[in-house]
Design a protein around this ligand. Structure first.
Ligand code: GMT
Length: 399
C-alpha cells in the first residue's frame, strides 16, 4: 500500500505516534510518505527505513498575507504527494487543521478517490478543536473522513459528547515500540550523568503545556526530596518551564532539578528513572508514561482522561485525582522506599504494555482499517515506492 501520513513535527505524542506508525508500516513493506512542515523529531536518519519519504510543507510569505495559510499550503502539498506518489490512502493525525486540509486535497483530486483516515489525539477534541473558532470545521472534517479513530475510549466519549459525529468512531490505542523501549541493565556511568550515587530519579517528559501541570510535578518532587535523596529529571520544553523552575527555586530544590530540554532519544533516558510522574489535567492516552512502563518504570499520575486505560491503578502505577500532589507524593515515596514493590510494579507495567500496546497488537488494526475503507483496491501486497514514470519527486526526500 502507498500510505500518506500527515502530522505535526513538534515534540509531542501525536507526531511521535504518527512517525512510529509510518516506520512500522514501512518495515512491513508498505510505502510511506510523511508530510509535515518540518522533519518530525522522531524521524531521524537512524530510525527511518528505506520506504519512508519525507515531504516538507512550504511556508509561503507575501506582504499582503500577515498570517501564513498553513492549511492551504498543506492541502496543496497533500494533493501533489497524492498525485506523484499515487497514494492509496491518506492518514491525518490531529484534526486541526490536518483533517480539513486532507478533505480539501481529496476534493482537488476528484474524480480520483483518496480515502482519508483521521486519528484524533487529544487536544484537537478537548481544547483546540472544541474552541468555537474551530468546532464546526472539526465536526465537518470528522464527518467527511472515511474512517475516524480515537486513541482511547475516553477520547471517543469526548468526541461523541462535543461533536455528535454522524459516523462510527473506532478506538485504536497508541502503541509503544517494545524493542526500543526496554529496561536496561544498570549502567552506572549513564545514570551518574543524571544523578548522584544513592539518589532516586523521578522523571517527567512532555511539551510543558499547562495541561501537563508541570508545577504539580515539581510540587510532588518537593515533598519527596524532603524525605529521601532524589533528583527530578525534566525532559522537554514549553510554556510552563519558567513557572516550574520558579517553584523549584522557592522551595530550595533548584539544584536537584535537571532540565534536559527536548531529547529525541528518550529510550536512553527512561530506563534510568525510578519513577515517572504524569499529573496532567487530562490526558487522552499518555504515550510518554506508556513508554516509561515499557522500560519497567512505574507511573504516578492523575486519575483523569484516558490515563486509567493505560495505567492500572495499584498494579502498574498509582493514580490520584487531579491536583492532589500530597497523595501523589505519598504514592511516590511508598514506591521509592520499597524497591522490591517498585520492581514488581515495573515488571507488571512492561508485561501489560507488551500484551496490550505492542506494535504487533496495534499496527495490524490500522492496516485492517485501511483495507476496510479501500476494499479490494487495498488488497495488494508490497507497494512499488517509485513515483509515476516521468514525474519529478520534487520537494521529497528520503528521511
Ligand atoms: O502533543 C501532541 O502532539 C498532541 C497532544 C495533544 O495535546 O493532543 O497529545 C495527545 O496525543 C498523544 C498521542 O496520541 C497522547 O498520548 C496524549 O495523551 C495526548 N495529549 C493530551 O490529551 C493532552
Amino acid at each position: 500500500m502507498r500510505i500518506g501520513i500527515v502530522c505535526y513535527p513538534t515534540y509531542g505524542g501525536s507526531g511521535a505516534l504518527a512517525t512510529d506508525l509510518g516506520q512500522a508500516l514501512a518495515a512491513m513493506g508498505h510505502c510511506v510518505h510523511i508530510i509535515s512542515y518540518e522533519m518530525p523529531f522522531r524521524l531521524t536518519a537512524a530510525g527511518a527505513g528505506p520506504r519512508v519519504f519525507f515531504h516538507e510543507v512550504p511556508r509561503v510569505d507575501y506582504p499582503l498575507i500577515t498570517q501564513p495559510y498553513y492549511s492551504l499550503n498543506l492541502a496543496v502539498k497533500l494533493f501533489q504527494v497524492a498525485t506523484e506518489a499515487r497514494l492509496d490512502v491518506l492518514h491525518a493525525h490531529y484534526a486541526v487543521p490536518h483533517a480539513a486540509s486532507a478533505y480539501l486535497a481529496r476534493q482537488m483530486l476528484a474524480p480520483r478517490a483518496l480515502p482519508i483516515i483521521t486519528t484524533l489525539h487529544g487536544t484537537d477534541i478537548t481544547l483546540v478543536g472544541n474552541a468555537p473558532a474551530y468546532q464546526p470545521v472539526v465536526r465537518f472534517s470528522i464527518n467527511q473522513s472515511d474512517a475516524v479513530t480515537c486513541v482511547s475510549e475516553w477520547l471517543r466519549e469526548q468526541t461523541v459528547e462535543h461533536f455528535t459525529p454522524e459516523r462510527e468512531i473506532d478506538v485504536i490505542y497508541n502503541f509503544v515500540d517494545t524493542a526500543r523501549f526496554v529496561p536496561r541493565p544498570p549502567n552506572l556511568d549513564a545514570r551518574r550523568r543524571l544523578a548522584g550515587d544513592g539518589e532516586r530519579i523521578l522523571m517527567h517528559i512532555s511539551n510543558f503545556r499547562p495541561v501537563k501541570r508541570l508545577v504539580d510535578v515539581v510540587e510532588i518532587f518537593v515533598r519527596v526530596v524532603r524525605r529521601l535523596p532524589a533528583r527530578l529529571v525534566l525532559v522537554g520544553d514549553g510554556p510552563e518551564r519558567e513557572a516550574a523552575a520558579f517553584v523549584a527555586k522557592c522551595n530550595g530544590v533548584a539544584d536537584r532539578v535537571v532540565f534536559l530540554g527536548k531529547q529525541a532519544e528518550i529510550e536512553s533516558l527512561l530506563p534510568h528513572a525510578d519513577l515517572f510522574l504524569f499529573p496532567s489535567d487530562h490526558e487522552s492516552f499518555g504515550l510518554a508514561p506508556a513508554e516509561a512502563m515499557a522500560c519497567e518504570v512505574p507511573v504516578v499520575g492523575s486519575h483523569s482522561g484516558g490515563l486509567p486505560e493505560v495505567v492500572t491503578d495499584g498494579v502498574t502505577g498509582h493514580l490520584h485525582p487531579v491536583g492532589q500532589v500530597d497523595a501523589m507524593a505519598e504514592s511516590a515515596l511508598a514506591l521509592l522506599l520499597d524497591p522490591a514493590r517498585a520492581r514488581e510494579m515495573g515488571r507488571a507495567a512492561r508485561a501489560d504494555i507488551v500484551e496490550r500496546f505492542a506494535p504487533e497488537v496495534i499496527v495490524p488494526r490500522y492496516l485492517e482499517l485501511y483495507r476496510r475503507i479501500l476494499g479490494d483496491a487495498g488488497l495488494h501486497g508490497d507497494a512499488e515506492c517509485e513515483p509515476a514514470a516521468g514525474r519529478p519527486r520534487e520537494g521529497s526526500r528520503a528521511a
